[in-house]
Design a protein around this ligand. Structure first.
Ligand SMILES: Cc1ncc(COP(=O)(O)O)c(C=O)c1O
Length: 378
């Protein structure tokens, strides 16, 4: 299941916030100008709902900037050099979003009429509006996930097309980590990319939540992030999810690949001017918000534990910051609506997704647990 949406056909608006809800939402960090009490809404729809902290806003305000289309923005250049080095690649490109990073990656690896292999529930296939096909003329070949979120090696091998004029040319394997909050082992990433390479395919990782995966592996999160990225030709990583920046992602890879991606970013309207204001937020996030992802993971575990043992609910044990809960038909979709009425926002209807992040704390999680328990035992 994608990190973006918890269930097929469920859009954020299904159980999402109204504009006035959004105004009412006051995060834990004291940085925001919101005047509402912090308890008003516990927003667990996504880790994208965070607002920049006071320190992050200060870093943005102080950022040295220039015109990045001329390559003149020192804050963007510094971020690009830093994230490339952190992930062990030659070069990086600051892009507006995870979607743009994945799209320029697919289009940099593939030409018109080529094909990429991708998970059926991967963001790069399912939740990016068909951009690779529409804008890149690159055909996706989706593959079913295994229970742990991986794509079976024999399924990958079987999906690679022979060199035959009937078929699109299979050029690229795209993986996602974390996927639906699940962490892939380094061993699996090495095996899957080795298989792809042995068949002449390039490899791309959608690492929107790469640092969540790195933290979950234990040890030094930056070393683990580099280990996760190592076997891939390109990796996209988001600053605007668990890392808490308002905007921005990076694509890393070889200098040659990033050169192609740079032209494509411009073509897609992603050439920004004084983008250093945004890059400064991302750099601040790398300085201050990586190790603390462990707190989000601990809160997800606290939530899962608090929801255990309720008739009508099946709770998947979380590996990172997402808790998926299947709701018996007798209770769905009423449960999500009940939660919304009680100031707890989640996505999904019969399979709810709760996501922990920088702007939620233990008290918020306990409120969410209490709201679910009240609904299920009423
Ligand atoms: C796994 C994954 N990849 C990519 C994206 C796209 O990121 P953006 O919303 O910045 O385009 C998301 C968004 O939630 C995601 O969950």
């Amino acid at each position: 299941m994608s990190d973006a949406y918890p269930a097929a056909g469920v859009r954020p608006g299904d159980v999402g916030m109204t504009t006035s809800d959004r105004r009412a939402s006051a995060p834990r960090n004291a940085a925001t100008p919101s005047s509402r009490p912090a308890e008003s809404v516990v927003d667990l729809r996504s880790d994208t709902v965070t607002r920049p902290t006071a320190a992050m806003r200060a870093a943005m305000a102080a950022a040295d900037v220039g015109d990045d289309v001329f390559g003149d923005d020192p804050s963007v250049n510094a971020l690009q050099e830093r994230i490339a080095a952190l992930l062990g690649k030659e070069a990086a490109l600051f892009v507006t979003s995870g979607t743009q990073g994945n799209l320029v990656a697919v289009m940099s690896h593939c030409a018109r009429g080529d094909e990429y292999l991708v998970g059926q529930s991967a963001h790069t296939y399912r939740y990016e509006a068909g951009g690779a096909a529409v804008l890149g003329s690159v055909q996706p070949q989706p593959i079913e996930h295994q229970a742990d979120g991986t794509l079976a090696l024999d399924a990958i091998a079987a999906a690679i097309k022979p060199d035959d004029s009937h078929f699109a040319c299979t050029r690229l394997l795209c993986l996602e980590n974390t996927l639906g909050g699940k962490v892939m082992s380094l061993r699996y990433l090495e095996d899957a990319t080795a298989l792809a390479r042995s068949r002449g395919l390039a490899t791309h990782l959608d690492g929107a939540r790469l640092f969540n995966a790195a933290v979950a592996l234990g040890g030094d999160p930056f070393e683990q992030a580099q280990a996760i990225a190592a076997p891939f030709d390109s990796v996209s990583v988001c600053f605007s999810k668990g890392l808490g920046a308002p905007v921005g992602s990076a694509l890393v890879g070889s200098r040659e690949l990033i050169g192609r991606a740079h032209r494509l970013r411009k073509m897609l309207g992603g050439g920004l001017r004084q983008a250093g204001i945004l890059a400064a937020a991302a750099s601040h996030a790398l300085d201050h918000h990586v190790a603390r992802l462990a707190d989000d993971h601990a809160l997800a575990a606290r939530l899962a534990e608090g929801l255990q043992g309720l008739d009508g609910l099946t709770v998947d044990p979380p590996q990172t910051n997402m808790v998926f809960v299947s709701v018996d038909s007798a209770y769905a979709p009423g449960l999500a609506l009940h939660l919304k009425e009680h100031g707890v926002l989640v996505t999904g209807l019969d399979r709810l997704r709760f996501v922990t992040h920088l702007d939620v704390d233990a008290a918020g999680i306990d409120r969410a647990i209490a709201a679910v328990r009240a609904a299920m035992t009423a």
